[in-house]
Each structure stands twice: as structure tokens, then as C-alpha cells.
Design a protein around this ligand. Structure first.
Ligand code: COA
Length: 271
């Protein structure tokens, strides 16, 4: 099994045509720092360009998928202003914003294995994966509203499309954690498995895909995704605009401060 160059809080392995990217920051529940987004973007770029990589598998270390964006990072270093500028390729320079644009454009099959918490972008990135397996103990949540934020990664378009408006509204507006059984029922994932077998099962599925004709898989994925690709780009841009305003809102400040000082937020003081 080949190893890539070291990346901060990511493990990357290559085996039998499958590039496995593991989110590895267990003491912070694999919450994503900018360095992790940068590493993930670089690995996805590399996987896209490398003909030996036929499938990408995503999972977390330590029985956790990811607690989403690092809230300390959001509070101190929000991806707004200069950070949101684009480079000559037209993609944003900020690694989170760049990832949001790269995920829907990724042409090879993406497989995900979810154990434990999957929060925020830990759920919305699944909307860009093709096959998703979750352990019985997985707990998904989209707490954007509870943090004074708004949906990202195209989820305001993709969630209602996958499950219908009422279910999407339940997940995005009530914003309560939901189980793997609910995720399956709502059409967000493919299968619920025992926690201890979920990664092996996803790996074996990824290896099965890696043995299939790669061009045919790419064409299939492209045909399924193309009808809404342009709309999705626009929605992602609009979401980033709204999210950027929300990130520096007093409600978001209160929510981040409350989380980091381990207290309940008080939104009663805001209109
Ligand atoms: N950003 C920064 N730190 C985070 C984090 C995040 N998104 N999620 C967890 N952590 C840190 C905690 O602050 C804690 O750090 P500490 O040990 O230094 O105090 C450590 O990770 C363990 O988290 P803890 O909350 O004690 O674990 P838990 O098992 O009780 O709960 C979660 C796990 C994921 C449910 C909970 O951590 C959580 O809700 N995190 C925030 C998720 C979130 O809102 N993400 C942003 C979405 S936009």
C-alpha cells in the first residue's frame, strides 16, 4: 500500500486503485482546519489527475467522521474578504471555499464511510459522494441555524432534491442530530452497517468500483450530475455570500463563543 507525502491531520493511502483519505484529528473530533481543507483539496486534485487512482474513499479516524469546520477557526479567521478572492483558474483561494467548488466537479467515484459524529460539512460533503455507508452509531447533524449560520456546499439545493422540502427543512431548520437509520430513510446514504465493519465494507465497494471501466463510471457520474451542475455552481456562490454575512453576525459570534467556553448560547438578545 503506497503512502503519500504527509499532510497535517490527514492520512492518505493508495491501494488497488483506491485513494483513501482519512480525516485524522481525533482530539478535536476531526474538526476541519484550513490546513486540512488545503490537504484535502490537494489530494483530490492529485486523485483527479492520477490515472492510477480510480476511486476516492473518505472516512474519519478514531470512530468519528468529522465535527465539521473548526469553530475556533470560524471565529478567528472567517473565509471572507480577501480570503474569498479567486485565483487565475477562477476558483477561490480559501481552501474551504475551494473545496466547495471542487467537490461537485470531481469526476471519479467518491465513496464515504461514516462512523460517529458527522456535522456540518461532514454531512454536506456526503451530498457530493456517490456511495455512502454509515455505522449504526453514526450521528449526523446540520447545525447551521443553531450557530447563526446558513447552509453551504450546495445543500440548500441538493438536500430538498434528495429528500423533498419538508425533510430537508426538518434537518436544516430544526437542526437536530439524526441517526443513520433516518439518514437511510431520507435517502442520504446507501446502507447502515455495524460500526466495526463500515470502513471495510466501504473499502471493498471502492475496490469493486476501481475494477470497473473508469471512463464508463466517469460518464455515468457526469450524466447523473450534469443536469443541475450550472445551477449548483450558482447556488454554492450564493450560499457563500449569505454564509459569509452570517459568519460575522452577532448570533454566530455568540454561538462560537458559547461552544468554545462550553456554555449554552443566548440568542434572546438578538432580534
Ligand atoms: N471545532 C472546534 N473544536 C471542536 C469542534 C469543532 N467543530 N468539535 C469538537 N471540538 C473539540 C471540543 O471543543 C473538544 O475540545 P477540548 O477537549 O479541547 O475541550 C473536543 O473537540 C471534543 O469535543 P466534545 O464536544 O467534548 O465531544 P463530544 O463527543 O461530547 O461531542 C460533537 C462531539 C461533534 C457532537 C461536539 O463536539 C460538537 O457538537 N461539536 C461542534 C460541531 C459543530 O458545530 N461544527 C460546526 C458545523 S458548521
Amino acid at each position: 500500500m503506497a503512502e503519500s507525502e504527509p499532510r497535517e491531520n490527514l492520512q492518505v493511502h493508495h491501494d488497488q486503485g483506491v485513494c483513501t483519505i482519512v480525516f485524522d484529528r481525533p482530539n478535536k473530533k476531526n474538526a476541519f482546519t484550513q490546513a486540512m481543507y488545503r490537504g484535502l483539496v490537494a489530494e483530490l486534485d492529485q486523485a483527479a489527475a492520477d490515472p492510477a487512482t480510480r476511486v476516492v474513499l473518505l472516512h474519519g479516524a478514531g470512530g468519528v467522521f468529522t465535527a465539521g469546520n473548526d469553530l475556533h477557526d470560524f471565529a478567528t479567521n472567517p473565509p471572507i474578504g480577501k480570503a474569498a478572492e479567486r485565483d487565475e483558474s477562477g476558483l477561490p483561494r480559501h481552501p474551504l471555499l475551494r473545496l466547495l467548488h471542487l467537490l461537485p466537479r470531481f469526476e471519479k467515484p467518491l465513496v464515504a464511510a461514516v462512523q460517529g459524529p458527522a456535522v456540518g460539512i461532514g454531512v454536506t460533503m456526503l451530498l457530493h459522494c456517490d456511495l455512502i455507508y454509515a455505522g449504526e452509531g453514526a450521528r449526523f447533524s446540520l447545525p447551521f441555524v443553531n450557530l447563526g449560520l446558513s447552509p453551504e456546499a450546495g445543500s440548500s439545493l441538493l438536500l430538498p432534491r434528495v429528500m423533498g422540502h419538508p425533510r430537508a427543512a426538518e434537518l436544516l431548520m430544526l437542526a437536530e442530530p439524526f441517526t443513520a437509520a433516518t439518514a437511510l430513510h431520507f435517502g442520504l446514504i446507501n446502507q447502515v452497517l455495524a460500526d466495526e465493519v463500515v470502513i471495510d465494507r466501504a473499502r471493498s465497494i471502492a475496490q469493486t468500483l476501481a475494477r470497473k471501466p473508469a471512463a464508463s463510471l466517469r460518464a455515468t457520474k457526469q450524466l447523473m450530475r450534469a443536469p443541475i451542475a450550472a445551477q449548483l455552481e450558482q447556488v454554492i456562490d450564493r450560499e457563500v455570500e449569505v454564509f459569509s454575512q452570517r459568519l460575522v453576525s452577532p448570533e454566530a459570534r455568540e454561538a462560537f463563543e458559547a461552544f468554545l467556553s462550553k456554555r449554552e448560547p443566548n440568542f434572546g438578545k438578538f432580534e
